[in-house]
Ligand binder design. Structure first.
Ligand SMILES: Cc1ncc(COP(=O)(O)O)c(C=O)c1O
Length: 409
């Protein structure tokens, strides 16, 4: 919870609005998450999903905590290399790999091939580099009972997966050493038990003589979150311990006969799970309007600062009044600076509010600053609050020049 003095001091130093990253809470959550998996399977490795929030400050922090980088484009891979990752600690996924994908392939990265066309290119690369041994993973398209057909990976339910292994076996210096999956919108423990069962079955089928070097399970878990938000997802949100038990225990059991060296590395790729709850957005009330019997609050920010979560759920909200001048609002919409009718950050607010009050939105760590378009206005600064209470700028507030640098004027 923020106090008025803290908020005034932040505003005096960095302006308004801003993102605030609670570093100590992030680190504690991160360590607890890893410990849950390590407890059951000591060859567990976290690979942080850059797309969720590739702010270099956070990526560096993850690196210092021992996490790998999970990237899906040369842009993201560039961040990983810039913050000091060696390719061997970069997991390169996705259907759109670029030149840095080749660099990772040639320099020991964990590159997971998404489709047969991409695999043809990898085979060609291997032919061109006969002196190198190239190792790859394959993203498999699995069915864990989800309600949609995923477009990613190579289908395990037709000939394509066998075809992929056959293609690789024809190239002497190329080997499949890993399996990868990721299924979105499936965050239940049952979905994770199914993932584990299917992936272990595939590992047995396609690696009959020696276990793969790694099995990467993607992500898709609920983060820890404030009760007000958790309730909107239902009653029983699984804990990290629940997920770890659903995955790491079957892995430990399945590979108990193998030495530590021969056991596959178990990876997961958390994004929202580790970052969501630890970035807040602090805005201010610009005005309060009453139109045809409805209450509207105008803020100095937009839904675009917060990401899609605010369209789907009522995100955690703290109001800090700046003085005694408030009015009582009924079912008020917190609206943004864009000219879109649907720029709503929070619906149905009931309570007191005054112009100038601080409005703090929680749970905006994922798909927020990285998804912010330069629509109508540039983005706000990001500040890290460190464990010792000191503050550090992670991203400067954008300027006219930042947005228009690539336009020819
Ligand atoms: C391949 C892959 N890995 C990891 C993630 C991160 O998942 P989550 O945010 O649920 O942890 C995503 C998200 O879409 C993804 O596509």
């Amino acid at each position: 919870m923020y106090t008025l003095d803290q908020l005034k001091s932040l505003e005096a130093q960095f302006g308004s609005p801003m993102y605030l990253f609670r570093e100590e809470d992030f680190i504690n959550n991160y360590k607890e998450f890893v410990a849950c998996f390590n407890k059951h399977y000591t060859k567990y490795q976290l690979s942080y999903s850059y797309k969720t929030n590739y702010t270099p400050y956070i990526c560096k922090l993850v690196k210092s905590l021992g996490g790998y980088a999970e990237v899906v484009s040369d842009m993201e891979c560039g961040v990983a290399l810039t913050v000091g990752y060696e390719p061997e600690h970069i997991v390169y996924n996705g259907p759109f790999k670029g030149e840095l994908g080749e660099k990772c392939l040639l320099e020991g990265g964990l590159v997971n091939v998404d489709n047969l066309e991409e695999l043809k290119g990898v085979c060609k690369l291997a032919h061109e580099h006969q002196d190198k041994k190239i190792e790859i993973g394959i993203r498999v398209n699995i069915n864990i009972g989800q309600s949609f057909i995923s477009r990613f990976g190579i289908d395990m339910d037709c000939d394509d997966l066998q075809k992929a292994f056959d293609m690789v076996s024809e190239v002497e210096n190329l080997e499949v050493v890993g399996l990868h999956c990721h299924v979105g919108q499936s965050r239940t423990v049952e979905a994770w038990s199914n993932r584990a069962k299917i992936m272990l079955g595939l590992a047995d089928k396609y690696f009959p003589n020696k276990a793969p070097k790694y099995i990467d399970m993607g992500s898709g878990m609920f983060a820890r979150m404030e009760e007000s938000l958790a309730k909107q997802f239902g009653d029983n949100i699984p804990t990290f311990e629940d997920y770890a038990a659903a995955v790491a225990i079957p892995f430990a059991e399945h590979y108990k006969h193998l030495s530590q060296e021969d056991k596959p590395m178990l990876l997961t790729e958390p994004g929202t799970t580790v970052i969501n709850s630890y970035i807040d957005f602090i805005g201010k009330v610009r005005g309060i309007k009453h139109i045809k019997g409805r209450d509207f609050v105008v803020l100095n920010c937009s839904k675009d600062n917060l990401g899609d979560i605010c369209k789907m759920k009522k995100i955690p909200l703290q109001i800090v009044h700046v003085n005694e001048e408030q009015e009582i609002l009924k079912d008020a919409e917190f609206t943004g600076y864009t000219c879109l009718e649907h720029d709503v950050m929070y619906p149905d607010y009931n309570g007191s509010l005054g112009v100038g009050d601080y409005v703090i939105f929680g749970n905006v760590g994922g798909y927020s600053n990285v998804s912010k378009p330069p629509f109508i206005f540039w983005n706000s600064p990001m500040i890290a609050k460190k464990a010792d209470g000191s503050l550090s700028v992670m991203k400067k507030g954008e300027t006219f020049e930042d947005i228009f640098a690539t336009y020819i004027i």
